[in-house]
Every structure is written in structure tokens, then in C-alpha cells.
Design a binder for this molecule. Structure first.
Ligand SMILES: *Cc1c(COP(=O)(O)O)cnc(C)c1O
Length: 425
């Protein structure tokens, strides 16, 4: 491994970039090896600096639902690049993407573009606070909403105590306004609402949790959140940065039939370029500057290259409706990988919603953070390294999803299952 180009690049990267990476999970630390440096992606495949190819189930952490370098997306970006890459002035492309988002996500009456999922969630929280005049926010343990200060908070020692910063640099003042409930546990939400009546601005939730592995919402959970928010005047925010246009054309809210007040988007909406968005009820969104007093802005927001990449991707999804085929492929893949791992004598629990899959190395049912972390990360590391060796690139962490794209062929899936049979040898 020490004579590879990836290894040389990793050594070089660490001299200029903290840990050699621009986002920590890329460093592969939790799977016990060094990262690969990638030079190229096409369809369901990526190539590393040493020329090895891999069937890719990371898909840039979700955006590449139609595969890497889709010819139509590449063409649209090239065409726009020749016209100009940024103007800091309105373009028709922004209207087109906003109109398409409204068409596909009916709860969104007005939408604003930003440049990342993190930007979308911090803006949505500020807006919810401005709208309600309240300070506190409820989130769920194990849900990830980007790296905004308000989200880097873990539960205190008792379920009803105040939150504590989970990262140095987040102030206790910020921490006291974020309360942690348990996923799929409405009584834990009721308890927080009851002890902070009239002070909760927003409940933010991943409608399918995808950042503690994949944890689907149990029947009634999202509906229960909707009812609590209606009763208490709380803004319900669905963080669909991962699930948006992934679990269905109308996002998780379409799949489960629940209308949030605000929605945050990212990943797929940018088609592989940096885009985030937040939108929702008109009366809330009208609080935003320049219409209202809640400030939010961005030099590169609505960037034309990013807009065409997202627009082209969403149009392909709308026109081709690949979701039934993705469901079928993903369900077969999950079933066969499950059987392969079981036949190696390894205990595992599977979760899946559409083309978001997860294999937890635990025999417990996974419904929340506490049960997710019963998974054996050493076994995952072994699985990950075994798969990589055979040419299958999975997320370098137990607590991430595996994403299937429209470009994964039956043959790719068969090769993946064959690899899973061998991964533990
Ligand atoms: C990825 C993700 C984010 C953060 O998006 P970035 O573009 O990485 O800032 C926020 N929420 C969820 C649910 C995500 O999956």
C-alpha cells in the first residue's frame, strides 16, 4: 500500500490540508486504512490515482443518483461555463430550478438557493426563530444537519437536561438552545416540549435518518411530529438534504404523505455541484430578506453552473421516473448482500428506504441512535476493506448509507454480491 500513488498523495495532502482531507469522514479513519485519491468517475464507477476501478456506492455521498458524469449534465455545465460562471445577479436558471422544485415538492411555496446543505439548515433554523420569536430547537440524537453550531450538540446526562457542545468551539450559550430527543420516540419529544412550553421554535428531523446508518421512521412518528408542531405553534423542518429526490421524486415527505413547514435540500438538487436550498410555507419564507427582517445572503447563491447541473438532474428524474426501477434493484441487492454476509456467519441487521441501504453489524433491531451504535464497527471495517480489495467502494463508515444509482447494472449488482460473499474470507 505504501508504494501507491494514493499513499503518496495522502502524505503530500497532509502537509497542506488538516488530516489531508477537506471533510473528515474522507480520511477513512474509522475503517482502518488510508483514503483513495480519485481521478475520474463515470456512471456507477470511479477510478483511483493508481488506475484501479471500483463500483461506487457512495456517489459523492448521495448526489449521483444518475451516476457520475452523466452526459447531459456534463454538456449543460460546459455550455453554461462558456457563457459565464457567476454574475452575482439574477438569472433565469434560478427561476427554472425554483419552479421545478415547487412542482415536485408541493409543501414548498417559496424556495431560496444556497451553496451547501449546512447553509440550508442554519438558514432554516434562523428563519424559524425569526418567525416564531422563540429560541430553542429540538433535534434528534444521531441525525446530522451539517456543521452549524446549533447542531453540534449532544444530549446532556439526563434526557431532560440541557444540551452540551459536541465540539470545542461551540459555546454553552448556543448549546442551551438545542434539545436532543430520540428518533422514533414521540414521548421523548413530548417531554421536551412539555418542559419548554412556548419556547420551541422548530423541530428539525431527517424524515429518513441517513447519518447514523439508515434508520427509517416508524409508522406514526412523522405524523406525530406534525401534530405536536401544529398544537404548539412549532415550525416543522424536514431536513431532506439526503432524502430529497433520493427516496422518491417528491422526497420523503411525498413518500410518507406528511407536509413539513420548511424543507432543506442539498446533494441531488446540485447534480454534483455545490447547491443547497431551503423553502416552504409562503408566510414563513416571506420573513426572509429582502421581503422581511430575517437576514440571509450568499455571493455564489444560485450560481449558474450549479443551477444547470441541478436543473438537468431533476429534469431527468422527473422525465424518466427511475424510482420504481431503483426500488427493485436496491431491494434485490439488499437481500442478496444480506444472504452473503449471513452465509459467512456474520450477524447483521439491514435497513433500507428506496435506494438508501444500510447493513448494521448487530443482531439488534435498529430504530434509533442507541440501537444503531450497537453495531460492531470493527466488523464493518473488515467488510469495507474486503469489499474495497475486490473493487467495491462503500462508505468508509458503518454509520453511512449505501446509495444505488440508475447506472448500476444487474452485472454490477451481481459482482457486488459476489464480493460480499468473499469479503470476510
Ligand atoms: C449531507 C447532509 C447535510 C449537510 O450538507 P453539506 O452539503 O455537507 O453541508 C445536512 N443534512 C443532511 C440530512 C445531510 O445528509
Amino acid at each position: 500500500m505504501t508504494d501507491t500513488k494514493s499513499h503518496q498523495l495522502f502524505l503530500r495532502a497532509q502537509k497542506s490540508i488538516p488530516g489531508g482531507v477537506n471533510s473528515p469522514v474522507r480520511a477513512f479513519r474509522s475503517v482502518g486504512r488510508e483514503p483513495l485519491f480519485i481521478t475520474r468517475g463515470e456512471g456507477a464507477y470511479i477510478w483511483d490515482a493508481d488506475g484501479n476501478s471500483y463500483i461506487d456506492y457512495v456517489g459523492s455521498w448521495g448526489p449521483h443518483i444518475i451516476g457520475h458524469s452523466h452526459p447531459m449534465v456534463v454538456e449543460a455545465i460546459k455550455k453554461q461555463a462558456s457563457l459565464g460562471t457567476s454574475f452575482g445577479a439574477p438569472t433565469e436558471l434560478e427561476i427554472e430550478l425554483a419552479e421545478l422544485v415547487r412542482e415536485l415538492v408541493p409543501s414548498i411555496e417559496l424556495v431560496r438557493m444556497v451553496s451547501s446543505g449546512t447553509e440550508a439548515t442554519i438558514s432554516a433554523i434562523r428563519l424559524a426563530r425569526g418567525f416564531t420569536g422563540r429560541d430553542k430547537v429540538i433535534k434528534f440524537e444521531g441525525c446530522y444537519h451539517g456543521h452549524g453550531d446549533s447542531f453540534l450538540i449532544k444530549a446532556g446526562s439526563g434526557a431532560l437536561t440541557l444540551g452540551a457542545p459536541s465540539s470545542p468551539g461551540v459555546t454553552p450559550g448556543t448549546a442551551k438552545d438545542t434539545l436532543n430527543a430520540q428518533y422514533n420516540d414521540l414521548p421523548s419529544v413530548e417531554a421536551l416540549v412539555g418542559s419548554n412550553r412556548g419556547q420551541i421554535a422548530a423541530i428539525i428531523v431527517e424524515p429518513v435518518a441517513g447519518n447514523m446508518g439508515v434508520v427509517p421512521p416508524q409508522p406514526g412518528f412523522l405524523q406525530g411530529l406534525r401534530e405536536i408542531c401544529d398544537r404548539e405553534g412549532i415550525v416543522l423542518i424536514f431536513d431532506e438534504v439526503m432524502t430529497g429526490f433520493r427516496v422518491g421524486l417528491h422526497c420523503a415527505q411525498g413518500l410518507y404523505g406528511i407536509k413539513p413547514d420548511l424543507t432543506t435540500l442539498g446533494k441531488i438538487i446540485g447534480g454534483g455541484l455545490p447547491v443547497g436550498a431551503f423553502g416552504g410555507r409562503r408566510d414563513i419564507m416571506e420573513m426572509l430578506s429582502p421581503l422581511g427582517p430575517v437576514y440571509q445572503a450568499g455571493t455564489l447563491s444560485g450560481n449558474p453552473l450549479a443551477m444547470v447541473a441541478g436543473l438537468t438532474t431533476l429534469k431527468i428524474l422527473r422525465d424518466e421516473n427511475p424510482y420504481p426501477a431503483l426500488e427493485k434493484k436496491s431491494s434485490l441487492l439488499a437481500q442478496h448482500i444480506g444472504e452473503a454476509v449471513l452465509s459467512a456467519g456474520i450477524k447483521a441487521t439491514q435497513t433500507r428506504v428506496g435506494s438508501m441501504l444500510c447493513l448494521f453489524f448487530t443482531d439488534k433491531e435498529v430504530t434509533d441512535y442507541e440501537s444503531a451504535v450497537t453495531a460492531d464497527t470493527n466488523v464493518y471495517g473488515k467488510f469495507f476493506r474486503g469489499m474495497l480489495e475486490i473493487g467495491v467502494y462503500l462508505a468508509p463508515s458503518q454509520f453511512e448509507a449505501m446509495f444505488v444509482s440508475t447506472m448500476h447494472t444487474d452485472e454490477d449488482l451481481e459482482r457486488t454480491v459476489a464480493a460480499a460473499r468473499k469479503a470476510f474470507e
